[in-house]
Design a protein around this ligand. Structure first.
Ligand code: SF4
Length: 488
């Protein structure tokens, strides 16, 4: 009989087919990218352990019985146990924090997010169910999560940082459902037959499913899910109606930009270029040109005074500088992962690297200028330098966003990751897919968050990956500039 852990139970709650695939098709499993909350998970979990003071920790052991025996030992001697482990039949759970009192046990399930999600209720209720089945009295069940409004003052205050929400009533309501679910889950795991479940909104809710590629391999290419920007609900509506290929969708009442993507693809149309719009944009440029791109990260546990959990913080930039003769130089900044004042150092370095009033070329004007305004709030002493940068911003995304420049290869997207290979199809060095470690902003962000916990050699490797990635972002803008220049 397969052991059912709390994460397997949560997988079941998300999708019955998912648990069957986990057991029967391990080769089809595709690692999904960590999101920012998961990347911060371990650190928040470790921090929470000291919330109630002294505690006993049950060490992880592949042999579950060892963890269960250790828990039994601590139950006699300690009042707070972290990772207390219990097994009832084939159901197994380690409880993040267990409080032991004469009148019963209290469960604390620790989450690094700033809110209670539905799946957490299933997770914690599963733990309470096991304890009750083993005959323990469960006094209360709680979700302990990050307080999104917490602001770091002179000293970190763990009591204000965490919020504890009592979900005892919900866990009691879920008991009968749990009984049924566990029975069905065991049947699925025992069966040789793959559950017949179609893809749907549940494939990415609450977590991105690692079998999405497997479950969508029957779809033709391109299909409704390739329409860039169309909301997911609408995509599934068309999918369930059998409108799946671009040919099926061309006569639908869709926004023009979606129809344009479909039309370019079906009819293999030639690039559409509005030279006048590009000429106008190019006429605004002042030399030297500063091609600039930021990377940001979000730490669950704030380290900089005045910041909140998950506040967006700049940790890296790449800067290509071009003078009037076309000479190009490159500058960059990547925060030291142990530096707890890295935003200040980022701002100081940036202002030094952009001393003149040339155009600051970015890709997406809603991003870098907003970060600069946030830094000004944190450190008003950099107001003048950062406002000067903001006043010189030119957004190279505009022509692509406005569809003044569109090719079939952009696949409806104006992201630089699509635009660049579309403009330079035969240059693999400009293809983000060919980068060694970091391929997009989300990866850069989570990688930087995880960096500190990595061994030194690995850190060096990752830092190189981050530098190469960010440099390509600004080099990409230089290449777009060259393309625009060629056109006008
Ligand atoms: S991709 Fe969707 S349908 Fe397939 S296993 Fe995952 S959640 Fe279930």
């Amino acid at each position: 009989m397969v052991n059912i852990s709390k994460s397997l139970y949560c997988n079941y709650v998300q999708c019955k087919k998912l648990v069957w695939l986990l057991k029967n098709k391990p080769d089809e499993y595709e690692e999904t990218k960590n999101d920012v909350v998961l990347a911060n998970g371990n650190r928040v979990g470790d921090l929470a352990r000291s919330y109630f003071g002294k505690y006993a920790l049950v060490k992880y052991d592949e042999v579950l019985i060892n963890m269960i025996m250790e828990t039994k030992k601590y139950l006699k001697t300690d009042s707070i146990i972290c990772e207390a482990s219990f097994k009832f039949n084939n159901l197994f759970a380690s409880i993040d924090i267990l409080k032991i009192e004469d009148d019963g046990l209290t469960i604390y399930e620790v989450k690094s997010s700033t809110e209670v999600k539905d799946i957490y209720l299933d997770d914690a209720s599963f733990q309470a169910y096991i304890l009750k089945k083993l005959g323990y009295k469960v006094k209360s069940v709680n979700i302990m999560h990050v307080n999104g409004d917490y602001v770091l003052g002179d000293k970190f205050d763990i009591n204000s940082y965490f919020v504890i929400e009592d979900i005892t009533d919900t866990s009691i309501e879920k008991e009968s459902e749990l009984e049924e679910n566990v029975k069905e889950l065991n049947e699925i795991l025992d069966s040789n037959k793959e559950p017949n479940i179609d893809i749907g909104m549940h494939c990415s809710n609450p977590y991105k499913c690692p079998y999405y590629k497997y479950c969508t391999k029957h779809l033709p290419e391109p299909n409704v899910f390739d329409i860039n920007g169309l909301n997911k609900k609408q995509k599934f509506k068309y999918y369930y109606e059998g409108k799946i290929t671009f040919e099926d969708l061309i006569h639908e009442d869709l926004n023009n930009k979606y129809l344009e993507q479909i039309n370019f693809e079906i009819n293999d149309l030639k690039p559409k270029i509005n030279k006048e719009a590009i000429k106008e944009l190019m006429s605004t440029l002042k030399y030297p040109l500063y091609f600039l791109d930021y990377e940001t990260c979000q730490f669950a546990i704030p380290e900089i005074k005045g910041t909140k959990p998950y506040q967006v913080l700049t940790f890296q930039y790449s800067l290509h500088i071009m003078d009037e003769k076309g000479n190009l130089t490159h500058k960059e900044f990547l925060a030291d992962s142990s530096d707890t004042d890295f935003v200040r150092h980022f701002a100081e370095s940036l202002i030094k690297d952009i001393p003149d009033d040339g155009s600051v070329i970015i890709y997406n004007k809603s991003f870098e200028p907003a970060r600069n305004r946030e830094i000004i709030k944190m450190y008003p002493e950099y107001k003048e330098g950062l406002e000067r940068i903001n006043n010189n911003i030119v957004d190279f995304m505009d022509p692509f966003n406005d569809r003044d420049y569109y090719t079939k290869e952009m696949k409806g997207s104006y992201s630089i990751k699509y635009v660049l290979p579309a403009l330079y199809p035969n240059d693999p060095s400009l293809d983000y897919h060919n980068l060694p470690l970091v391929h997009n902003g989300e990866e850069a962000s989570t990688t930087f968050v995880e960096l500190r916990d990595m061994p030194k050699e690995k850190q060096e490797e990752i830092r190189k990956g981050l530098l190469v990635y960010c440099e390509l972002d600004t080099y990409a803008m230089v290449k777009i500039y060259e393309k625009f220049k060629e056109l006008v």
